[in-house]
Design a protein around this ligand. Structure first.
Ligand SMILES: [Zn+2]
Length: 310
């Protein structure tokens, strides 16, 4: 696969992470350094080290989140404790955060955890933010997360896309029978992005990339398949969520897996609604799928995460 790496302004640094922790984007300015997204909670010590190195002795003035999934906000509490800085979140996320709604935040519901934090500022779609001495326009990007924002810098054509647009796809979306809004919103968001004069995308996962049109075309193809068959979306979501859990745990005991799947809301609810399998059958299918996609292998009665670069 050929990659052309975008040339980015000196005030902007992308710290590329993996699929457990979302990338961090550091926007430096004499007016204050801003960090966008903070990784998964279990990675917080490494996040602190990476951010400290990127700051090169300077301090952090603000944490910003594109959306509130656990792999984007997990370092908020630790970073705020370290730098004493405000945390700014999208307006559409404030209710779920204020109530610490474990389902809406996809925490307990998908077997994930986070460190609770208090946001201190609210970001609004349609407003401009001067991070890194650039002019970022916040745009609503609902779908994968209904409260998500993306940030667009028109003069350079840069898009900070969170999980709304990756080089190969987008963050998993709730099937219509679980939440009727999400898939429709995903289409609207992709159509909105297709109208922007984007030159380079700084995604929540994976390396920054150019050729946004090709990425959007892949997203529309995937979206159409999901629109035609929501069980495809359900299967995709469960694969993604279990892959994430395995990346966090590194290994899971195979004989415990059916119990685990029965305990965690998203697997139980999706299985009842879309498949109607036994927990064992769901476990067998998921193990096969994860092995097939190369993210896991079986070893001595355990399912073991295979390190890749995503
Ligand atoms: Zn996400």
């Amino acid at each position: 696969m050929s990659h052309s790496t975008p040339i980015l302004p000196a005030s902007l640094e992308v710290i590329v992470r993996d699929w457990l922790s979302a990338n961090h984007i550091l926007l430096k300015s004499a007016l204050g350094n801003v960090l966008i997204d903070t990784g998964y909670v279990s990675d917080a010590p490494r996040t602190l080290r990476l951010v400290e190195a990127a700051l090169a002795g300077e301090t952090l003035a603000r944490i910003v989140n594109t959306h509130v999934h656990s792999d984007h906000v997990g370092g908020n509490a630790a970073l705020q404790q370290r730098y004493g800085c405000p945390i700014a979140v999208p307006e559409g996320e404030t209710r779920a955060l204020a109530q610490w709604d474990e389902r809406e935040l996809l925490l307990e519901y998908s077997g994930q955890s986070s460190a609770r934090f208090e946001f201190t500022e609210v970001l609004h779609a349609g407003q401009h933010y001067p991070w890194g001495d650039l002019d970022w326009l916040a745009l609503a990007a609902p779908g994968h997360d209904m409260g998500a924002l993306v940030f667009f810098e028109r003069s350079l054509g840069l898009l900070i896309s969170g999980d709304a647009l990756w080089e190969h796809g987008f963050g998993f979306v709730m099937p219509p029978s679980i939440d009727p809004r999400c898939l429709k919103a995903t289409r609207a968001t992709l159509e909105m992005l297709a109208q922007l004069p984007i030159k380079a995308v700084l995604p929540g996962h994976g390396r920054p990339f150019t050729e946004p049109a090709a990425a959007l075309e892949r997203c529309f193809k995937r979206l159409e398949a999901f629109e035609q068959d929501e069980t495809r979306l359900a299967r995709h979501a469960l694969r993604v969520v279990l892959t994430f859990a395995l990346l966090g745990a590194r290994r899971m005991t195979l004989t415990d897996l059916p119990n685990y799947l029965d305990r965690i809301g998203i697997y139980r609810e999706f299985n009842a609604r879309f498949f109607g399998w036994s927990a064992q059958a769901l476990a067998d299918w998921l193990v096969m799928e994860l092995e097939k996609s190369g993210v896991a292998r079986r070893e001595d009665g355990e399912l073991v995460a295979v390190q890749g670069d995503g």
